[in-house]
Design a binder for this molecule. Structure first.
Ligand code: UDP
Ligand code: MG
Length: 298
């Protein structure tokens, strides 16, 4: 069976059209299916009960009491999905059910996780550039095999979600996590329609927030097992600079008898040493936490 998981927040114009499209597509591909709609605290008075879909046994509707974010909505969806194959789709009609066959074909070929790559994205110019840049950073630093990791349209076997902890915004890096676990991943090109009704829930703000998300991913996937490498590097460089400055001043004081009370750079030197050592110690505490965690698990 295939479970389509669709998180939505205030998409009342889109949902009836979308459900219509989905049901038609399923009639065409003739597979067992269920549609898991997750209402992420919508406030637009969308009334599911007035539609004929309500009687369709293949549609589940789960509601969050308030808006918890797309990540939480996807988590709820996965928890309530009973298919062996799950497809994530947005509710805003930007993703096209016609693309399902491409995803399913890859899964039949033996891939565990298939991510979409949006062709001709109808997005703001800045968002596009930012997406490209973030993709490049992830490719270079994290060896990401994905061209468009942020594409919400994806299909996978349910087993790949087993060890993934959805929290906050980390659903964006779900594909990377799956890849690191050793599952076989693939990509397929998908159509990306412009949003017809309603507003984007993320908007330009996502550029700013996205930088933090990328940083979190780098930290979590590259350094979470060895925090001292991360903090040690930064702290080490900073305190080294401080020591160089202080060493130079010390040399001048001792050998050239230069008095230090009129050398403001002395303060910079002291500051760098203190801050550097603090950052370094954060890394050591991090190592301790990782170690204790591992020890407790064994
Ligand atoms: N969404 C959600 N909760 C949120 C934000 C978004 O359920 O807090 C849903 C939204 O209704 C849509 C999908 O997540 O179905 C993607 O959101 P959107 O289209 O606004 O994002 P964009 O395509 O602009 O990145
Ligand atoms: Mg959208």
């Amino acid at each position: 069976m295939i479970s389509i998981v669709i998180p939505f927040h205030n998409e009342k114009e889109n949902l009836p059209i979308l459900l219509d499209l989905l049901i038609k597509e399923f009639k065409k591909i003739k597979k067992d299916y269920e549609i898991v709609l997750v209402d992420d605290g919508s406030t637009d008075s969308f009334q599911f009960s007035i539609f004929s879909f309500q009687k369709n046994k293949n549609i589940k509707l789960i509601k969050h009491k308030k808006k918890l974010g797309k990540g939480e909505a996807l988590k709820t969806g996965v928890e309530n999905a009973s298919g062996e194959i799950i497809i994530f789709m947005d509710a805003d009609l930007q993703d096209d059910p016609k693309d399902w066959s491409k995803f399913l074909k890859k899964i039949d070929e033996g891939y565990d996780f298939v991510n979409g790559v949006r062709m001709e994205r109808k997005e703001n110019f800045l968002v596009k550039i930012y997406s490209k840049l973030a993709g490049l950073v992830l490719k270079k630093i994290l060896n990401s095999p994905f061209t468009d990791i942020n594409c919400g349209f994806k299909a996978f076997k349910k087993e790949v979600t087993k060890d993934f902890v959805f929290y906050g915004n980390n659903f964006r890096f779900f594909p990377l996590f799956v890849y690191y676990q050793g599952f076989k991943v693939a990509e397929v090109p998908v159509i990306n329609n412009p949003r017809r009704f309603g507003k984007s829930k993320f908007g330009p703000k996502k550029i700013f927030v996205g930088i933090f998300d990328v940083l979190t991913a780098i930290f979590l996937y590259k350094f979470s097992e060895r925090p001292l490498h991360f903090f040690g590097m930064i702290g080490g460089i900073i305190s080294l600079l401080g020591f160089l400055i202080l060493g130079y001043l010390g040399f001048e004081r001792i050998f050239h008898n230069m008095l230090l009370y009129r050398r403001p750079i002395l303060w910079l030197g002291i500051l760098l040493v203190v801050v550097g050592i603090q950052i370094l110690s954060t890394g050591i505490i991090g190592e301790l936490i990782v170690y204790l965690n591992k020890k407790n698990k064994n």
